[in-house]
Write a protein that binds this ligand. Structure first.
Ligand code: PEP
Length: 250
């Protein structure tokens, strides 16, 4: 039985005072849950977030990273730096990174391998546009994204990744995928994992759904057989809306 995972992606939101307020409230109001809980604040607040959530069930993730350990990469942050400050997870290949920051299947591949090498858990994001879905290209595209992301991941490490299916048309739009759409695509991704590795690994790797998940649709999505959690943007920005989703997951 896979544990549920709820990961909040704060994107480029909140400055220090809000990080302090929201995380403090979250820690104080966290419901009892078996789910793994993760928050991904912006880079400048990662250390603050790690410190505010020490000795709590919350894990802290970065929203991206570089694959090299150090060097002449102005503006970048390395996996070693994230580990050094207590970050445990990292989002890789979020569609906003792919769209605005030149992230490709190839850079995703390098980042996933580097994350694992440094003991970080990569949350590998994949998803299709509305046009790609309408053209019937979803499975083909996601199959390629997943295969490329995992190309450098050996069998022994494959069960250490988290996959997040995030239809681009559902991110930040309020247009959540239906349970049937999300379940079918997550099940497809699981079959791909079985083909790339084996059925044990496919049964172990958590597959999250992301795209306008809210308290009122979370329970139905999270009850689907192949949806093991949520990657949540807008609804993770306030403690009350995130805790409402945590309650819906149980
Ligand atoms: C996301 O940022 O990954 C996301 C799913 O955002 P939202 O929940 O706001 O759609």
């Amino acid at each position: 039985m896979r544990k549920k995972i709820l990961a909040g992606n704060w994107k480029m939101n909140h400055t220090g005072a809000a990080v302090q307020t929201v995380l403090t409230e979250l820690v104080q109001t966290l419901p009892e849950t078996k789910a793994t809980l993760i928050i991904a604040p912006p880079f400048p607040y990662l250390a603050q977030a790690v410190s505010l959530t020490a000795h709590t069930p919350l894990h802290i993730a970065a929203q991206t990273m570089h694959w090299e350990e150090h060097g002449a990469f102005t503006g970048e942050v390395s996996p070693a730096m994230l580990v050094d400050i207590g970050v445990t997870h990292v989002l890789i290949g979020h569609s906003e990174r792919r769209e605005y920051n030149g992230e490709t299947d190839r850079t995703v591949q390098q980042k996933v391998a580097a994350a694992l090498q440094h003991g970080l858990t990569p949350i590998i994001c994949c998803g299709e546009t509305a046009q790609q879905r309408q053209a019937g290209r979803t499975d083909d595209l996601l199959g390629t994204q997943l295969r490329m992301a995992l190309a450098k991941v050996r069998m022994a490490d494959a069960s250490r990744v988290i996959v997040a299916y995030e239809p681009i048309w559902a991110i930040g739009t309020g247009q959540t995928a239906t349970v049937a759409q999300a379940q079918a695509t997550c099940a497809f991704l699981r079959r791909q994992l079985a083909a790339l590795y084996n059925s044990d690994i496919a049964a172990t790797v958590p597959i999250l759904y992301g795209g306008s998940m809210k308290a009122d649709n979370a329970a139905a999505l999270l009850a689907a057989a192949d949806i093991d959690g949520g990657l949540i943007g807008g609804a993770s920005l306030q403690a009350a809306s995130f805790t409402a989703i945590i309650r819906a997951a149980d």
